[in-house]
Write a new protein. Structure first.
Length: 774
């Protein structure tokens, strides 16, 4: 039989992408049969359904009846839905599909269908993210067939689709257009992707909710084929202006896999109709769009980036689900005070911030990983280095306009252009372009007892990156911190005390943890002996006791199935302060850290290229409390995930692990293995720079609310007398010799005699990288 023109065209389209003629003919016939000779489904999107079908058949050789059903759904979901109804009457029997369209406005839940239909052939590891959801799915009103699946890799390579792919675990963003070959090594694409429906591209008007935020939607859709899920509608305030969807018909599709990968796919359907259309350079398009956003909309940040916006979209997508999954049944108790409500659009504060974009121009190894940069602070192994390790990531291109990943820009305190008194770093602006402005007279905005100004010589062009100032730690999400009065026994407190415990002749119960005497002098300084011991721990960690977890949270986060051996945690000296169950005054001498900052600090621009730093405006004696290291309390796992998401970014602050007691319990649960991350929410301590030796500050763990060593405060005390205006520094515990670390550490400019970076440089011959050691 002579093939008709449609067949010829279809076969040509498939052979152009390298599929063998014979296979194409066979599969085309089968597909035509399934679609009851309706070519419209086959021709759509450059024969995507056909290509999908062929690849599926190739992978599984012969499609069985079930697979035919699945594939037909994926190619034309509305048909499958009808088919589902038909099939339900006679189980197992495969009927030819009819091409009936669903009645307009008929409601169905595609994700549930997708889950049911696809799970049968998906391995446990690669099972779709949607399978996990037991929650009711957002309703979709659909008037025209929608595509519910990403095209296969070859289709991804085909002319007109651009895919940005973000992996939660692998921190990969993939931009397709330049990538002529998404090679077989591109393991991410082997993972089934789920739950994709085009986002509404119509004008938005009516108010509805989207992930808890007010959004607008137009009840009257522009196109018949517009299919909208509630959860896909954008928050009008944030996404609308920057939307890449314009008046032409285009779809933005989002999909996620259980492996934490999210893909955003942009399909410009109108372009398909134009014979003169050839694929443009995506970077140029993004630049044009950014310019338009900057000019036409109220986006003030000159560093606004569409790519970052899309990455955030992926974060939202992931976090929206993660949030519902993780919050179940944890019985969380918040820390010191209820968490500050994160900004309106913030499910995850990290997701609320624009991050550097990692672009892979070619294939990506499936084993991509990153590793955390955790200073030695509380996590030293036998060699005195942090034991938080993950596998190195493949070197990725990180290039953002003006971001910290941009080599042209000073590393940490990049100076953004300002338009007003408010200057922000690109990495830390919200999606809607709003960020917390600095108050130059007091960066704490009244949250501390003393004002913490920016140094007066700082010009408006030079403000530090913006962040949310919090004076006390806040639980991010999963950290389990139980401060209940009932849980803390009277034996841990001094209920009979009165006034000032430190001046009392008999030390109270709180002094027990520090060997029966208080760590503080009556002047409120850390006692010499105590301080010396803490400094010795820091300087010679190998000489001090380490504890080894049976099941180390660090190792677990790296490989849950086969965790490695614990590298050891240095046993720290603790200060125990009196607290609410003690009878003493708030002015008690054993309540130093909890009273907050009392010395006059200033944030200033260091002259040595280290960015911003802090200094005291007054002389400080040895052992004086300066400030606490305040940030979000995250679990080790949450931090690990954050670091994966942020791999490729250079962080402004370095999270610290609260691991001083990890080894003493047999099975530390995930929610008890805690860290502090001050990147987005933090206090003045986030400006403390590193110094390899003779740092002016030392950090000491302080227990206040609980004798439970899972959670404690990290407090900075002066390690020696400090003169007014002398920079306050702290040894991060970086190993500048760790060349295996995927993330380049900064080039140390501490200028100390014992600068480890400098020493290594003099002996190094080949390597040019300076990394943290795990
Ligand atoms: C916690 S932040 C300290 C505040 C930072 N200087 C700022 O401007 O925001 C850590 C970052 O400061 C810079 N930094 C800290 N100590 C440094 C040092 N000794 N030499 C060079 N850069 C340093 C690095 O860029 C590092 O990533």
């Amino acid at each position: 039989m002579v093939p008709n023109q449609k067949e010829v065209d279809a076969i040509r389209a498939m052979t152009e992408i390298g599929l063998p003629d014979k296979a194409v003919r066979t599969r085309l016939k089968e597909l035509l049969k399934m679609y009851a000779d309706d070519w419209s489904h086959i021709e759509r999107e450059n024969y995507r359904a056909l290509a999908d079908y062929i690849f599926e058949c190739e992978e599984h050789k012969e499609p069985d009846a079930k697979r035919v059903k699945e594939l037909s759904f994926r190619a034309a979901p509305q048909l499958q839905l009808i088919h589902d109804v038909e099939a339900s009457s006679s189980e197992g029997e495969v009927k030819p599909l009819s091409c009936k369209r669903r009645a307009q406005n008929e409601v169905f839940t595609p994700q549930l269908h997708l889950r049911d239909k696809r799970k049968e052939h998906i391995s446990k590891k690669s099972r779709l993210r949607v399978e996990k959801s037991e929650h009711p799915q957002p309703e979709v009103k659909c008037k025209k067939p929608i595509s519910c699946q990403f095209s296969r890799k070859q289709i991804l390579n085909s002319k007109r689709s651009s895919v940005i792919c973000l992996s939660n675990q692998k921190s990969i963003v993939h931009l397709d257009p330049k990538n002529k070959e998404l090679t077989s090594g591109h393991a991410q694409l082997e993972v089934p992707i789920s739950g994709i429906q085009p986002i509404d591209s119509s004008p938005v008007r009516n108010e509805e909710t989207w992930l808890g935020h007010k959004v607008h939607s137009d009840s009257k859709k522009k196109n018949e084929g517009d299919c909208v899920t509630d959860h896909q509608r954008r928050p009008a305030s944030t996404m609308e202006n920057a939307s890449i969807r314009e008046s032409f018909s285009s779809d933005l599709e989002i999909a996620s896999s259980e492996l934490g990968e999210v893909k955003v796919s942009l399909h410009c359907n109108d372009a398909l109709e134009r014979p003169d259309f050839s694929r443009p350079d995506l970077d140029a398009i993004l630049r044009m769009t950014e310019e338009k956003c900057l000019k036409s909309y109220k986006i003030m940040d000159p560093n606004f980036s569409i790519k970052k916006l899309m990455k955030d979209l992926c974060h939202y997508y992931l976090n929206a689900e993660t949030k519902t999954q993780k919050n179940k049944g944890k019985g969380l108790v918040n820390a010191v005070q209820p968490p500050v409500p994160l900004k309106n659009s913030s499910v995850n504060p990290e997701a609320n911030h624009v991050h550097d974009l990692t672009i892979l121009e070619s294939s990506v190894k499936s084993s991509l990983n990153s590793r955390t940069q955790i200073p030695r602070l509380l996590s030293r192994d036998g060699l005195g280095f942090p034991s938080n390790i993950v596998q190195p990531a493949e070197k990725v291109l990180v290039k953002t306009k003006g971001g910290n990943g941009d080599k042209d820009i000073p590393e940490c305190s990049q100076l953004s252009n300002s338009r007003s008194l408010v200057v922000f770093n690109q990495r830390e602006c919200n999606l809607d372009g709003t960020r917390p402005p600095h108050n130059v007279a007091d960066i704490s905005k009244g949250a501390e007892r003393v004002k913490i100004p920016l140094a007066s010589e700082v010009s408006t062009e030079q403000y530090p990156p913006s962040f949310y100032y919090i004076p006390r730690n806040q639980v991010y999400q999963n950290a389990y911190i139980n401060f209940s009065l009932a849980r803390i026994g009277n034996e841990d407190c001094c209920s009979s005390c009165f006034g000032d415990c430190v001046s009392s002749s008999i030390p109270c119960a709180c002094a027990r943890i520090t060997g029966g005497e208080f760590a503080y002098t009556v002047e409120g300084l850390v006692k010499e002996k105590f301080l010396d011991e803490c400094i010795s721990l820091y300087q010679n960690p190998q000489k001090h006791t380490h504890i080894y977890c049976k099941d180390c949270p660090n190792e677990r986060s790296k490989n849950e199935d086969l965790p490695g051996k614990c590298k050891g945690h240095l046993m720290r000296k603790f200060i125990k302060e009196c607290w609410s169950k003690c009878g003493c005054d708030i002015q008690c001498g054993n309540r130093v850290v909890q009273r907050g900052i009392t010395c006059n600090l200033e944030v200033f621009l260091t002259g040595e290229g280290k960015g911003w730093g802090i200094r005291s405006l007054e002389n400080l004696p040895r052992g004086a409390f300066v400030c606490e290291y305040v940030g979000e309390i995250v679990t080790n796992t949450e931090l690990y995930e954050r670091n994966l998401r942020n791999s490729g970014n250079k962080r402004h602050t370095y999270p610290v692990t609260l691991d001083a007691d990890w080894g003493s319990e047999a099975g530390l649960k995930d929610e008890e293995a805690l860290c502090l991350d001050a990147t987005v929410y933090g206090n003045v301590a986030r400006f403390i720079n590193h110094r390899c030796s003779d740092a002016t500050l030392i950090d000491i763990p302080v227990e206040i609310e609980t004798p439970d060593h899972h959670y404690y405060h990290i407090a900075f005390f002066t390690s020696r007398n400090v003169e007014a205006l002398e920079e306050l520094t702290w040894d991060y515990g970086i190993d500048f010799q760790d060349h295996a670390h995927p993330i380049e550490a900064f080039q140390c400019l501490c200028g100390s005699k014992g600068c480890r970076d400098k020493q290594h440089k003099t002996i190094r011959t080949k390597s040019t990288r300076y990394n943290f050691r795990s």
